[in-house]
Design a protein around this ligand. Structure first.
Ligand SMILES: *Cc1c(COP(=O)(O)O)cnc(C)c1O
Ligand code: SF4
Length: 345
């Protein structure tokens, strides 16, 4: 009896597997290079970039990269480089004007009917092109206030029908905290949909476990998850299994991609991404032009080239697998759709 009790106590206090994987992420540039059999000539640049925005890569994500290839499209998304210290005209710390609209409790309310909660600043992976890489999370995130302030702000605005959990990555928070938030949101009568913007099912598929599905499928709110995949090689068998579980539990799955130089700026890559997403039960939603955040200029693909890529996609894919090409323009009431279906100039 004593032993059985001790065993069950241990089980209860042990963190879930995904939290261990999260804590075990690679943070040292030298370790990442060694893991991938890459030369130490890349180390100086990696340290320069990492001093501006730390390196962070889950081991399972690194395992999907090609060894020995410094141009691997997954590696390019996470390996800090010296170019991040270069300034590019128009590339700034708050490219989408978040700080002009942030409200108490970490709420960003830009679009009618939808409010976004900056739930946490933490992420499982640090994407080098992240538009919030310089966001002052410590001043504007909801979590430290135990959701009370965020829920108060939302209750005070009867126009809101959909709440979007964002960050950082909201799924880097524990299920206990997220369940409490979902419960609070379900208690606000006019809210109908709960949307989660997350990269975790892609970079750390272990995150999709019973604890997550319990609160996400258990709420009265209609659950929508917008994942973030940029390249078909990100979508391996473990990711497919995680996505299948979400679908089986009634979660509507969409994907957003950021168009990135040297990662996915080719028609064949984007087409393969859409096709693999569909095979894994996810509909392509947005293809975002890069937000001009300081340090990410080397990823930029201009509008004209992006339009050409879209025409190439539309030539090959059924219409429902062609994502919407958008850009976030500060001060507008919706994402700005970029026209691409006119004859090339
Ligand atoms: C992108 C975004 C949304 C969601 O926009 P949709 O077009 O509905 O996907 C909501 N709020 C903010 C602040 C956003 O940046
Ligand atoms: S997961 Fe999203 S929020 Fe986090 S670093 Fe990547 S792009 Fe930024």
């Amino acid at each position: 009896m004593v032993n059985a009790q001790a065993a069950s106590t241990t089980t209860r206090s042990e963190p879930p597997a995904w939290q261990r994987a999260l804590a075990d992420a690679i943070r040292d540039p030298r370790e990442l290079l060694d893991t991938l059999a890459l030369p130490h000539t890349l180390l100086d640049g990696a340290r320069t970039g990492a001093a501006l925005f730390p390196l962070r890569v889950p081991r399972g994500y690194a395992a999907r990269m090609r060894r020995g290839d410094p141009d691997d499209p997954l590696l390019r998304q996470v390996l800090p480089v010296a170019a991040e210290a270069r300034s590019t005209p128009g590339f700034v710390d708050d490219p989408v004007g978040d700080l002009d609209v942030v409200r108490p409790g970490g709420i960003l309310h830009k679009y009618r009917g939808r409010a976004l909660i900056v739930a946490t600043g933490a992420c499982a992976v640090n994407c080098r092109y992240c538009f919030r890489r310089a966001f002052p999370y410590s001043e504007h995130q909801a979590a430290p206030h135990q959701w009370r302030e965020a829920l108060d702000t939302l209750r005070g605005d009867p126009s809101i029908e959909e709440v979007i959990l964002s960050g950082g990555d909201p799924l880097s928070l524990s299920d206990r905290r997220l369940a409490a938030l979902a419960e609070g949101l379900a208690g606000i009568g006019r809210v109908r949909r709960l949307r989660v913007h997350t990269r975790l099912p892609v970079v750390l598929p272990e995150r999709v476990d019973d604890g997550l599905l319990d609160w996400l499928a258990g709420t009265r709110l209609a659950p929508v998850m917008v994942i973030h995949a940029n390249h078909p090689a990100e979508l391996d068998g473990d990711v497919a299994a995680a996505l299948a579980r979400l679908r089986e539990n009634g979660v509507t799955l969409l994907n957003q991609t950021v168009l990135l130089r040297g990662v996915n700026d080719a028609v064949a890559t984007l087409a393969a991404l859409s096709e693999r997403l569909f095979e894994q039960g996810v509909m392509p939603y947005y293809l975002h032009l890069l937000d001009p955040v300081r340090g990410a200029g080397h990823f930029d693909v201009d509008e004209r080239e992006a339009a050409g890529l879209m025409r190439g996609l539309a030539d090959r894919l059924p219409g429902y697998l062609v994502p919407r090409l958008v850009r976030e323009v500060p001060g507008r009431s919706a994402k700005t759709h970029i026209a691409w279906d006119t004859a090339p100039p």
